[in-house]
Design a protein around this ligand. Structure first.
Ligand code: ASP
Length: 441
């Protein structure tokens, strides 16, 4: 059994958390491949090391003295080193970092959070440290060079008993360090799981997996025990953030289950994410709905044009205007002579006049209206597929609660129904779906 265990920032925020990680690793001999984020938040108003490093870089960039912030960062590492009696020579490490700071290399600097955390964790666990710059290789277009990554990792992994790999960064073929997008350690974990053909990719965080709905909106929501990759994609794209979106691809390719677990409650099973839940669903009672999520602040740009439906290519022309402004479109509800383009408000705000002008003058639309303050709610569930009446129940529930529906959209694989409501109804809408489909069961 091969397990890849990735620990998020909160799992390594201080020496107490390091101790929990050690216990987790030592409780299972299959946990040999470890990936770590940088020291994260240990308490509510604490700061993530990565944020402090970005801040440090901002000081350097604008020629403001960075000594204070640099010392805060250094102190965080030194405290853990002392509390765990580690040998790592942090004075030397920080001297090296200082030298490079003067060269104003932002990505190098922010990658040091993961680098140092992994160095300390490897010493603490008695494991081998592998520098991500030597094994996680990007092409010059910043895509992952999986072939090269595999080749390099294989060299390292042959005889090693236990390894710790820092997440979040890698390097270009010329050795220059590049970081991934924020939260990227999940991707590093997924790459490692892919390369070692893991039986499971454990993603350790500070929550026990995914909840059916956001606990800030729904009181004490139930946990999702089993979810498939596609449902998860829908959930995380629409705002449920436990795992980095892009972490799913290397894992899905090899059909590796992901287990999201809680470092502070390791006996909780967490959430299991797999490719195909059919077997599980046969043996267990599952809800028609796996999760409810959503985001606020979308705009609907609605167009009316007489005989639009018979004008071949009209939709393409509309979409290409948005493409020109590099605006990503969330949904396109279509009527006979009208259509709506749903986009994030912040992505369109700046260009709105230009776009409206092109729609009216260029495409001769009779009417162009913009509706702001729209929330999109995604009701996600493999159990909805080919089941009659689910959408009816959702809409009826909104009707019963006097929530006006502005947009309706269903994904063609039938696992996600997206409903647009006014921002003011967002929380209420999520609660009424939760009550109907989960609590009433
Ligand atoms: N430390 C990085 C961040 O804060 C990457 C990660 O935690 O996965 O975004």
């Amino acid at each position: 059994m091969i397990k890849v265990s990735k620990f998020g920032g909160s799992s390594v925020a201080n020496s107490e958390q390091f101790k929990k990680v050690k216990k987790i690793i030592e409780s299972d001999i299959n946990r040999k491949f470890i990936v770590t984020s940088a020291l994260g938040k240990g308490f509510k108003d604490d700061n993530k090391i990565t944020d402090l490093l970005y801040l440090c870089y901002a000081h350097v960039k604008y020629n403001v003295s960075y000594d204070n912030i640099f010392n805060i960062i250094k102190e965080k590492f030194i405290t853990i080193k002392n509390e765990l009696s580690l040998d790592i020579n942090l004075e030397k490490e920080f001297e090296d970092i200082k030298k490079i700071i003067e060269e104003k290399d932002e990505e190098y600097l922010v990658s040091r959070g993961e680098y140092l955390t992994a160095k300390m964790l490897s010493e603490y666990l008695g494991a081998t440290f592998i520098d991500a710059k030597d094994v996680i290789i990007f092409n010059y277009d910043l895509s992952l060079n999986m072939e090269e990554i595999k080749k390099r990792l294989d060299l390292y992994l042959k005889e090693k008993q236990k390894i710790v790999l820092p997440g979040f960064y890698g390097s270009l073929p010329n050795g220059i360090i590049k970081v991934m997008s924020r939260g990227g350690s999940d991707i590093t974990g997924a790459i490692l799981a892919n390369v070692v053909n893991a039986d499971v990719y454990e993603n350790w965080t500070d929550v026990s997996g995914f909840l059916i709905a956001d606990p800030r909106i729904v009181d004490n929501p139930k946990r999702i025990k089993m979810i498939n990759y596609n449902e998860l994609r829908e959930m995380s794209y629409m705002g449920a953030n436990v795992l980095h979106d892009e972490a799913i691809f290397p894992i899905k390719e090899k059909n590796i289950p992901i287990n999201v677990k809680n470092t502070n409650d390791p006996n909780n099973d967490g959430t299991m994410i797999i490719n195909d839940c059919t077997e599980y669903d046969k043996k267990n009672k599952v809800y028609a709905i796996t999760g409810i999520t959503g985001k606020k602040d979308f705009s609907v740009i609605s167009l009316v044009k007489a005989n639009m439906s018979s004008e071949v290519g009209f939709l393409r022309k509309v979409l290409s205007i948005f493409e020109k402004y590099n605006i990503s479109i969330e949904a396109v509800p279509v009527g006979v002579d009208s259509l709506g383009i749903v986009v994030q408000t912040k992505s369109v705000e700046e260009y709105l006049y230009g776009i409206i002008g092109e729609l009216k003058n260029g495409l001769q639309c009779d009417e162009v209206n913009v509706i702001n303050k729209i929330s999109l709610i995604a009701v996600v569930g493999r159990g909805m597929k080919e089941k009659v009446g689910i959408s009816g129940k959702i809409f009826a529930e909104f009707g019963n609660n006097k929530i006006n529906i502005k947009v309706i959209n269903q994904s063609s694989d039938e696992i996600c129904i997206i409903v647009g409501v006014e921002n003011k109804d967002f929380e209420r809408a999520i609660n009424c779906i939760y009550d109907k489909f989960i609590l009433e069961k």
